[in-house]
Design a protein around this ligand. Structure first.
Ligand code: FAS
Ligand code: PHB
Length: 390
């Protein structure tokens, strides 16, 4: 099999790039290890930056997002029950975010791929990357007893944190930066009316909590839990009781509870792999970087990678200009690290750290006090939350 761009990973990063390139006449093949149902069964991001929403529209996949997604111009931060609103619309110069689940946008991307007869191959096994430094790399995968070879010009590693692409870069070339947080997020999805029209990030002595949503009939809630906890340790009732304890009383009193339709624990880590290019391999999204979800930067960091790669590939194929490809890693990492900083800052300010000394706990309080006392601090939060420019 031959193609111009072989994309490993059928998550949002891989699908978005495949769709954008196809619209410009550039051939791609997407290789996905899981079934489509499995990929669409994942519950992940919920908040889209302005830039991501624009990319969805450019990819001709934005219609349902525009019809069903919610535009949010602010969110709330509570501190042991004292709640204040963050007006991101005012402090970002009129920008906002779209609340629309990653599951839904991934579905939209798959449907667009189908409409254009895009090649997405599911249930591939043993994907291997070959000759990445040669003129023409190739990728192989196993289909039952057969080994299938795909010859291509470029390989895109959009295969997430556990995929083979990053691991194909020699250890003497790749540098990894990682910070693991001493807690995770226990998330619950429930067919209930969201407790608030806007997100609530709740700092509390018992631990962090987040009230989010997917629609007016589908709520998404999280509570910080120790890394030693498992989903089995938490019944629905225990989850709702603990969530209420961490919310302001007026919010807790109107919390509508119901059976969890999804319940999972995500560990929190900050991770960056450099460089994001090795020969004709380009890493994008979670394959290259991971953030704690506190700042809602995970999926949105993937968006700028895809934007840069898309324009770099257009330059190469349509103009014979490789400057975008040459600059990709440095340009992508510059924005990735700013998202890392913001995610670390939000996480550090809002969570309880078991080993924090008194000085650290007091500093967290001061960070919050400074934020709500300074227009400059609020503008900094807002410009990061709506998304720094691509
Ligand atoms: P993905 O991991 O989504 O996709 C990679 C794809 O590659 C997967 O479909 C995988 O099956 C496939 N793959 C892996 N190995 C392969 C192989 N060997 N061969 C072929 N295919 C292979 N971000 C937020 O902004 N907010 C959140 O609340 C949030 N919550 C999250 C919760 C969890 C549990 C996780 C893991 C992530 C969360 N994220 C969140 C981050 C998440 O949204 C990612 O940023 C987003 O999925 C990135 O998309 P991709 O780069 O496409 O990676
Ligand atoms: C979510 O709705 O899943 C969500 C929203 C905002 C975050 C993290 C997760 O910061």
């Amino acid at each position: 099999m031959k193609t111009q761009v072989c994309i490993i990973g059928g998550g949002p990063s891989g699908l978005m790039l495949s769709q954008l390139l196809h619209l410009k006449g550039i051939d791609t093949v997407v290789l996905e290890r899981q079934s489509r149902a499995y990929v669409l069964g994942r519950i992940r991001a919920g908040v889209l930056e302005h830039g991501f929403a624009e990319l969805m529209r450019e990819a001709q996949c934005g219609e349902r997002m525009d019809n069903e997604g919610e535009i949010h111009g602010g969110f709330h931060i509570s501190n042991n029950g004292d709640m204040k609103r963050v007006d991101i619309n005012k402090y970002s110069g009129g920008n906002s975010v779209v609340v629309y689940g990653q599951t839904e946008l991934t579905r939209d991307l798959y449907e667009a791929r189908d409409r254009m007869n895009g090649i997405v191959i599911h249930n591939v096994e043993d994907v291997k990357l070959h000759d990445l430094k040669a003129e023409k790399p190739h990728v192989t995968y196993r289909d039952g007893d057969d080994i299938i070879r795909i010859d291509c010009d470029y390989v895109i590693g959009a295969d997430g944190f556990h995929g083979p692409s990053r691991k194909s870069i020699p250890s003497d070339v790749l540098k990894e930066y990682e910070k693991v947080y001493p807690f995770g997020w226990l998330g619950v999805l429930s067919r209930t009316k969201p407790v608030s029209d806007e997100l609530i990030y709740a700092k509390h002595d018992r631990g962090f909590a987040l009230c989010s949503l997917r629609s007016q009939v589908l709520s998404r809630y999280y509570i910080q839990v120790p890394l030693s906890d498992t989903v089995e340790d938490w019944s629905d009732d225990e989850f709702w009781t603990e969530l209420r304890r961490r919310l302001p009383q007026e919010v807790a009193d109107k919390l509508e509870t119901g059976p969890s339709i999804e319940k999972s624990i995500a560990p929190l880590r900050s991770f960056v792999a450099e460089p994001m290019r090795y020969g004709n391999l380009f890493l994008a999204g979670d394959a290259a970087h991971i953030v704690p979800p506190t700042g809602a930067r995970g999926l949105n960091s993937a968006a700028s990678d895809i934007y840069y790669l898309y324009h770099a590939m257009l330059g190469h194929y349509l103009k014979g200009d490789d400057s975008g490809l040459e600059a990709y890693s440095q340009k992508a990492l510059a924005r990735v690290w700013k998202a890392q900083r913001f995610s670390w800052w939000m996480t550090s300010m809002l969570h309880t750290f078991p080993d924090n000394i008194e000085y650290d706990r007091r500093l967290q309080e001061i960070e919050m006090e400074y934020l709500f006392s300074s227009e400059a601090a609020m503008s900094s939060l807002a410009e990061n939350y709506v998304g720094l420019p691509f």
